[in-house]
Ligand binder design. Structure first.
Ligand SMILES: [Zn+2]
Length: 138
């Protein structure tokens, strides 16, 4: 075991492949149930409200608010050492679902509960991965 430290890469599955493909196009996709109309995230095979399999992919607004957050000051591995301090947050999307992400583009101490945010996309070079992050809404 040697070589440079590597980041944990998201694993694309049957449920998440469309989501990750959307991220690579810089589109935040979530699922909407055609039966009951509810949105959900993370991606699943069934609607979490009515159990229907009639899920459609829709492009989310990319807007939301910070529901909760923590500031990470000690990197979990050397691969993240240059990132600290960083913010891990629960983002309540305007469509309803909550997703975990990072708040970027400001000092960690400037993040607050209820802060309006919008999605930005971070392309990870060399691994064909794009991850959604959030910044303060303009
Ligand atoms: Zn449903």
């Amino acid at each position: 075991m040697s070589g440079p430290p590597t980041r944990n890469l998201p694993v694309s599955t049957a449920e998440t492949a469309e989501y990750w493909a959307g991220c690579r196009r810089h589109e935040l996709l979530i699922q909407r149930c055609a039966s009951c109309g509810k949105h959900q995230f993370y991606p699943r095979m069934l609607c979490t409200v009515c159990s229907a399999r009639t899920l459609q992919w829709v492009r989310a607004s990319g807007r939301g608010t910070v529901r909760s957050f923590t500031i990470v000051r000690r990197a979990v591995s050397e691969a993240y050492a240059a990132d600290v301090p960083y913010v891990v947050a629960l983002i309540r999307l305007t469509e309803g679902p909550t997703m975990m992400s990072n708040v970027v583009g400001c000092r960690a101490e400037e993040v607050s509960m209820g802060m309006p945010v919008e999605v930005v996309f971070e392309d990870w070079p060399g691994v064909d991965v794009t991850v959604p992050k959030f910044q303060r809404s303009r």
